[in-house]
Design a protein. Structure first.
Length: 340
């Protein structure tokens, strides 16, 4: 039995393997418990191994590649057309084994532990930011029920909580006051955790050359630069900046047929977190367009005269994504050209 291509359907406990030889004849169909996967792969000759890209796939890609195998990660949406009839683990493994050998298949580069750790920081910070907003809204709503209206802004709510913690308690009942102070303590804890994560991201940014190059792009700050640098370990996977922008869902959705092009709104496919960061950064570029005396600033002002602001913002995000790909692929820094 000589396996040349192996498809692995990842799972929590039981993995399904499907292997073929050089003549594409099926030579292996096997289920393995999680702890037995590496031992089995260490006993066979190095071969091409395909897996669906998922949260645990990068870990397995690193572990299996260390055994001498060539590992390729495939987006699950690209594996689905190769599934025959009913969906089950065996059919999924067979489809992965078939898809990984296709010449035009697109693959996902495996991330390092460091890159995954940076993305864990980003996801954790994003979760804490949402929890912070929930607590602020809860405090504001409960104060309003008791006749105390807080002004707009998180700082105003924090000021009210400080007054509640002092002698000025607005005449609130002791039960309500204790509950609100408990939410305030949780708010302070979350704020400190967010500040700590941002300091760690800043430290990593100062040590990463790609992230520092990305920060030179207008509308790209520390958060966007570190997220892009960690999410794109190999920019050569994308053939062009437009393909990278399409991966982020910043290009129009197509529904063309019969030679007639029909373009709709942006597809919103791909990494929604990166897309949101780019759009937020592009919003700041539109606000500073009047004071931006570069070619980009002139282009933005010309767009704002003809198009709605939100449309222009997404167009800038698309342009930023293309620029980011060029800097990552060529190892250069951004240079703003003056208006000629």
């Amino acid at each position: 039995m000589e396996i040349t291509t192996l498809g692995i359907d990842l799972a929590k406990s039981v993995f399904q393997l499907h292997g073929v030889d050089a003549c594409d004849a099926v030579v292996l169909q096997k289920k393995l418990r999680r702890g037995a996967v590496l031992d089995f792969l260490d006993k066979i000759e190095p071969c091409l191994i395909g897996m669906e890209a998922c949260p645990s796939s990068h870990f397995w890609a690193r572990e299996i590649a260390a055994l001498g195998h060539e590992v390729r990660l495939i987006p699950p949406a690209y594996v689905k057309p190769y599934v025959k009839r009913q969906k089950n683990d065996a059919a999924d493994a067979e489809a992965i084994c078939e898809a990984v050998t296709r010449p035009n298949m697109r693959f996902v580069p495996a991330k390092t532990e460091e890159q995954q750790s940076v993305l864990v920081l980003h996801r954790s910070r994003d979760l804490l930011m949402r929890q912070r907003t929930m607590i602020l809204n809860a405090i504001r709503a409960q104060l309003a029920e008791l006749g105390i209206i807080a002004a707009q802004g998180a700082r105003k709510v924090t000021e009210l909580l400080r007054r509640l913690n002092g002698p000025d308690s607005f005449g609130l009942p002791a039960l309500a006051r204790s509950a609100l102070l408990a939410l305030g303590a949780q708010l302070e804890h979350i704020a400190e955790a967010i500040r700590n994560m941002e300091r760690q991201l800043m430290t990593w940014h100062r040590q990463n050359a790609a992230s520092q190059r990305l920060e030179t792009i207008p509308g790209v700050g520390i958060l966007t630069a570190t997220a892009l640098a960690a999410s794109v370990p190999d920019p050569s996977v994308f053939k062009s900046g437009r393909q990278f922008a399409a991966w982020l869902g910043l290009v129009p959705r197509q529904h063309s047929s019969g030679g007639k092009e029909r373009l709709g709104r942006v597809s919103k496919m791909g990494n929604g977190y990166l897309r949101r960061l780019l759009v937020v950064g592009a919003t700041s570029v539109t606000r500073r367009a009047e004071t931006n005396h570069t070619r980009t600033g002139a282009w933005v002002r010309a767009m704002l005269e003809r198009k709605p602001t939100r449309l222009v913002t997404v167009a800038i995000a698309n342009k930023t994504a293309r620029t980011a790909w060029a800097l990552l692929a060529k190892g250069e820094t951004y240079t703003a050209l003056p208006v000629s």
